[in-house]
Design a protein around this ligand. Structure first.
Ligand SMILES: [Ca+2]
Length: 483
């Protein structure tokens, strides 16, 4: 079968998606509101409690003190693939979102995102901020409400005088700082939905470039980058204060994450203990993917913990579904692992590897080792600063065992057989056009199916989209690795 036809067949199979009961069910009283705060281009070297030398983030540090700080959370190294991975719980080679220009292949007919998973459990949902690289409107993916800006790093009306509010174009008044408008939207949504569980996907502008003055920058500020980190930090503090005021704090899980590592122009200053991280945004190195992740839910998640539990970006969907008592999509591979036990401070081993992919290259990483798609094994004991290549002829038994373990992970995932057809080596204008053409052709060339198959797919999709959950058909989640 031609690879493209095969991908299409897999994709259409997924359209027959139903929802299966999650392994962990939650009672109505324990279901938290979930606010997922996704900062943009913020690596660990930008955050105080991760040891940043040059930046102060007192509010985010306080959030970490009130909950669990994850020392080893791994993102996809770039905005678009990260967001698709978070929202679907699936690796890029499954969704096809292997780089920023591949969004056209990720469609509601093929994929289910977090709000649609949580909806049957009674969650109202809102998307706030950046939605670029993803297709259609957030409402097409199940969000009840949204405030969306176009592109990335939008702050002031002279960049873009409008944003979209629930399908309507709204003008940003002169002198208005869009991040403040976004915060206002979040508070309004929380206030109106304070008596039911809600999920807010809060995709901040900060600190994606351009690095402009903030609403707090002094005239002639010499460090606009630090100003932007400070404003992001202030917004996190305001969010916590508003939850306190609404008496929702102990009913709400806040997860603060960076969508990928620090951008190139900020990476040299994002040092920890005087050392620069290996790589930066866009690279398959520690600086591309090792991001801050803090989870706070006072009274439920223990305070002041730091964990080295491994987390990657597929893990949010199954974790949130478990907390909400929602059912996971069935008949579709969800790659993520529920990190609920680690969230609750249990001494339970979590996953023992993470997987990171971008633009046709990938790696699997355990706590101490990393194996990439070129077959290079790295000793990561001095990560995130140094990634030391292990010589091919090594006789070190630990290195040999690590290679075997990680190769088995990559063999089982088999990303090369996934949706790599839209990969562009250097996504420029030409590559973007080629990806669009490829996506269009893939959409236009369905594999032959029977009338019955097509009817079954349409019925399943209608059920999933309505949020009406049929009973568990007993169909296992396909190809899922050990949880
Ligand atoms: Ca980003």
């Amino acid at each position: 079968m031609h690879p493209r036809t095969m991908f299409r067949a897999v994709t259409l199979g997924m359209a027959a998606t139903t929802l299966a009961p999650n392994a962990v069910s939650a009672t109505k009283t324990t279901r938290p509101n979930i606010i997922f705060v996704l900062s943009d281009d913020v690596g660990i070297g930008d955050i105080g409690c991760y040891g940043s030398d040059n930046f102060r983030t007192p509010q985010i540090d306080a959030l970490a003190k009130s909950g669990v700080r994850f020392a080893q959370c791994y993102s996809t190294p770039l905005c678009g693939p990260s967001r698709a991975t978070i929202l679907t719980g699936r690796y890029p080679f499954r969704t096809g979102m292997t780089h920023n220009q591949a969004g056209a292949v990720v469609r509601p007919e093929n994929e289910i995102m977090i709000p649609r998973v949580l909806k049957p459990a009674g969650y109202a949902s809102a998307q706030v901020g950046k939605w670029s690289q993803l297709q259609l409107r957030p409402s097409d993916w199940g969000f009840d409400e949204y405030l969306q800006f176009a592109g990335s790093g939008k702050y002031w009306p002279n960049q873009d005088p409008t944003y979209t509010l629930n399908g309507k174009t709204v003008r940003l008044q002169p002198g208005t700082y869009l991040p403040d408008v976004m915060h206002g939207f979040v508070v309004d949504f929380m206030t109106r939905h304070r008596n039911e569980p809600f999920y807010i996907h809060y995709a901040m502008s900060h600190i994606h470039g351009p690095i402009l003055r903030t609403a707090d920058s002094t005239r002639g500020s010499k460090d606009l980058y630090a100003d932007n980190i400070a404003y992001m930090d202030k917004l996190v503090g305001r969010l916590v204060a508003d939850l306190d005021r609404l008496k929702l704090r102990d009913k709400t899980l806040i997860v603060f994450v960076g969508d990928n590592g620090t951008a190139r122009f900020g990476a040299d200053r994002a040092t920890i203990g005087g050392r620069r991280l290996s790589g930066q945004k866009g690279t398959l190195l520690e600086g591309g993917s090792r991001v801050p992740m803090i989870a706070s839910w006072p009274g439920t998640v223990p305070a002041g913990k730091v964990t080295d539990a491994l987390v990657d970006f597929t893990d949010f969907l199954p974790t949130f579904a478990a907390l909400a008592g929602a059912r996971l999509p069935e008949g579709v591979t969800i790659d993520g692992h529920d990190f609920g036990p680690q969230l609750h401070g249990k001494r339970q081993p979590g996953r023992d590897w993470v997987y990171v992919e971008l633009n046709g290259k990938w790696y699997a990483r355990s706590r101490d080792w990393k194996l990439n798609s070129a077959g290079q094994l790295f000793d990561m004991k001095d990560a995130p600063f140094v990634e030391a290549v292990v010589p091919k002829d090594t006789t070190d038994t630990k290195a040999l065992a690590a290679r075997k373990q990680l190769q088995a992970v990559l063999d089982q995932l088999n990303p090369a057989a996934g949706k790599q057809s839209v990969t562009a080596k250097t996504p420029g204008k030409k590559a973007r056009k080629a990806a669009k053409r490829a996506a269009g052709q893939a959409q236009a060339a369905p594999a032959p199916r029977s009338v019955q198959q097509r009817q079954a797919e349409r019925r399943a999709l209608r059920r999933a989209n309505r949020g009406r959950v049929p009973g568990n058909s007993g169909v296992p989640t396909t190809g899922t690795l050990t949880r």
